[in-house]
Write a protein that binds this ligand. Structure first.
Ligand SMILES: *Cc1c(COP(=O)(O)O)cnc(C)c1O
Length: 362
């Protein structure tokens, strides 16, 4: 069987153009060629993050920087906002790092609401919080701007935000939001191979990091800042990824950010319509559906029965497309369809046709 096209919510399909850039001939990471490459993409990265801060390149998957943010910024106690598998895991990671932590936990399918965050922050116990903008396991997008607005009232709290599956698909204005860390791995909404994470830090996050004695080396934010000022990274980066990123940024700015955001919103809407057309309901609470993936309940439809997710997946895979069969405790009772990266109305329609064929066979 040939390549099965990825419509799982990460990794997603990588274009030929990106792969060509990825395999560019190697250069030294302390040489002028590398500095020129980083310097060329820095303004584009800053435009993407809507920031004047330097954007850093970490050769790691997102978890590296997610763990690093805790080690750089949590000295007293971190509040972990939990609404799905990835955000739940962040509490576990904080505990493994020996950090004092507390959970703000909502049912999977619900977003994190600013009132809930405020009630916790008002206790005065916390100097950091973690929040995932787009919880990939449940397909829920939390209202980031409303949560970030609390930063003004709690300036000493470090707001650490994961936008792994939303950065580039919807607008996230780092400076205007006033948050402290924003990070994204590259294999999801950015449609690159896994292994690189892009992130940025506020001046106060960098200042706080400098006071932390046990922040380690590989993910030391102060090292990232010092090196980025010279268009370098602390250690040898995955240079292929950075060529791929330069190519992807070219694509993103050729399309235009606003057009890219509109495209993702429209494609997610098409997937929701496909689901509704087959009598399915969505897992996320209404009004908080992601724009990059759709998490669909397999449940009994009006006048019908629940679909067997594994069979649906197989029938679609036989036609050359991979969809996801649900994550963690909602595996088998939900399925997820991604429209991240380079998907268009035409490519999504090919997927819906394959899903239609599969539904007839179920
Ligand atoms: C995939 C994902 C992660 C973890 O990314 P890794 O690449 O496995 O480190 C974290 N947060 C979100 C929201 C994700 O979707």
């Amino acid at each position: 069987m040939g390549h099965v096209k990825l419509h799982i919510p990460g990794p997603v399909e990588v274009s030929e153009k990106t792969f060509r850039a990825f395999r560019s001939p190697m250069i030294g990471h302390r040489g002028q060629g590398f500095k020129d490459l980083y310097a060329k993409i820095q303004p584009q990265l800053q435009a993407l993050f809507y920031t004047k801060q330097l954007v850093f390149l970490s050769t790691s998957s997102a978890w590296g920087v997610m763990e690093g943010a805790l080690r750089n910024l949590v000295s007293r106690r971190v509040l972990c906002c939990m609404c799905g598998a990835f955000s739940d895991k962040w509490l576990d990671v904080a505990q493994r790092c020996g950090k004092q932590s507390d959970a703000l936990k909502v049912d999977w399918g619900s977003p994190i609401r600013p009132e809930q965050v405020e009630a916790k922050l008002a206790t005065g116990q916390f100097d950091a919080l973690t929040v995932i903008h787009n919880e990939t396991s449940t397909g829920v997008m939390s209202p980031l701007a409303e949560i970030a607005a609390l930063k003004r009232k709690y300036p000493e709290v470090m707001f650490i935000v994961d936008a792994v599956s939303s950065l580039t698909a919807t607008k996230i204005e780092f400076d205007a939001l006033g948050i402290d860390v924003l990070l994204a791995g590259t294999q999801k909404a950015l449609a690159m191979p896994p292994g690189l994470t892009v992130f940025t830090c506020s001046p106060s996050a960098l200042a706080k990091s400098a006071t932390m004695k046990d922040r380690g080396y590989y993910f030391d934010f102060v090292e990232f800042q010092k090196n980025a000022e010279q268009n370098m990274t602390p250690s040898t980066p995955s240079i292929g990824h950075i060529y791929a990123l330069a190519s992807k940024l070219e694509d993103i700015f050729d399309e235009g950010l606003e057009a890219r955001y509109r495209r993702h919103a429209q494609l997610a809407e098409l997937t929701r319509q496909w689901a509704a057309g087959h009598g399915f309901t969505l897992f996320p609470e209404k009004g908080f559906e992601s724009v990059t993936l759709t998490c669909v309940n397999n449940g009994a439809r009006p006048g019908g029965r629940a679909v067997d997710v594994a069979t649906l997946q197989k029938l679609v895979k036989d036609q050359g497309f991979l969809i996801d069969g649900g994550y963690g405790k909602i595996k088998g009772t939900t399925f997820r369809i991604s429209n991240m990266g380079d998907e268009t109305e035409a490519t999504m329609k090919q997927l819906y046709s394959a899903l239609d064929v599969a539904m007839k066979q179920l």
